[in-house]
Design a protein around this ligand. Sequence first.
Ligand SMILES: Cc1cc2nc3c(=O)[nH]c(=O)nc-3n(C[C@H](O)[C@H](O)[C@H](O)COP(=O)(O)OP(=O)(O)OC[C@H]3O[C@@H](n4cnc5c(N)ncnc54)[C@H](O)[C@@H]3O)c2cc1C
Length: 367
Amino acid sequence: MKPFSLLTVAPELAAWLDANAEAIDAGQELAPAILPQIGRADLFRIGVPADAGGLDGTTVDAIEAIASVAGYSLAAAFVFWGQRTFIEYVLQSQNEALRARSLPTLLRGALAGATGLSNAMKYLSDIEPLQMKATPIDDANAPPRWTLNGSLPWITNLRREGFLAAAAFDHSDGAPPSIFAIPHDAPGVIRGDDLDLIALRSSNTAALTLDGAALDASWQIAANAPAFLACVRPAFLGLQCGMSIGLARRALIAVAGSSAATRAAVADEATQLARDLDALTERLFDGIQHGTFVHAPARLFEVRIGLAAVVDAAVRLEVLAAGGRGYLRGQGGAARRTREAAFVPIVTPSIVQLKNQLAQHRPTQAA
Ligand SMILES: Cc1cc2nc3c(=O)[nH]c(=O)nc-3n(C[C@H](O)[C@H](O)[C@H](O)COP(=O)(O)OP(=O)(O)OC[C@H]3O[C@@H](n4cnc5c(N)ncnc54)[C@H](O)[C@@H]3O)c2cc1C
């Protein structure tokens, strides 16, 4: 089996994640520390143009960076994903003023970017209506403003220290749905208590309610949400796949580190999983690099489904290889990775959702 390595994480960050992965997963004390730790290692700048304050590189480099962090802690990688995906929205937005005032603090990890767009993704797939509403404020003498109302049950990276959260809004005047960046300190913005999660507990995951918050166009990420989401979806989903790649690699590294007898018993499965993981990763990187997923999203959905299956099989193989030791707390991470892996199929777009969409797509393709 080809050995995987966990690259691109600076030694200080790697040591911090290694020492704290269990606490990050099981408790909430380290929630304030994750974003600044990743920011100090400059990982949010990867794949961001230098003239925008980044380190250049590509989205593939950013996916690799998320994968590396996921090898240590999926909770930290999910925070990373939220932040980096929000940065992608700001980069792809036409709103230059929003970019100029928010990007420097986002890239440093001093301000959290949260992406509450599961609802919008499900809306685009006809699964649920938009849960946020925008009503224009009638004032001919002032620039356009909207009153925003509604609630989203799950958003990660809602740092108590400050955040911008992206959410999509239905417009009462019949205008297309739009996406706003909601600042944490606007009147009428209410962050709920942290949700009582079974894992990833330091991820600052909570509900967000808007009760008459008033924002103007300077907070609008996109005036046409469906068109914008179609463009950012490859990055949204590709960066998310980084979490699966890193988690599966780490589980297979753990299998490779087990005793010779154990390794021999699971060698065939481990080798096949490593091959599948490599092939899916290559397909992902190729599609992202060549932009093919923008017009052929089904190919990206297949990669996401394939990676989720590899994660599931890899962590189960790690459980076999770890034996009783893996059932003890704090012994090498096998138990934690099992909990982390349970998140992979449910994060939007969920595996159920994607399988349904592919099934609907197939007759059209055949025709
Ligand atoms: C720890 C955690 C963190 C999260 N962080 C965020 C975040 O930062 N931002 C965010 O926006 N969301 C976030 N979510 C929400 C997440 O992305 C999913 O939207 C959510 O978990 C889906 O579950 P649900 O209970 O809403 O699904 P339900 O709506 O109850 O549906 C159950 C399952 O069936 C699928 N489904 C339902 N109806 C259909 C249909 N008609 N066709 C096809 N499939 C269908 C759904 O996709 C889902 O897989 C988070 C969730 C968790 C657990």
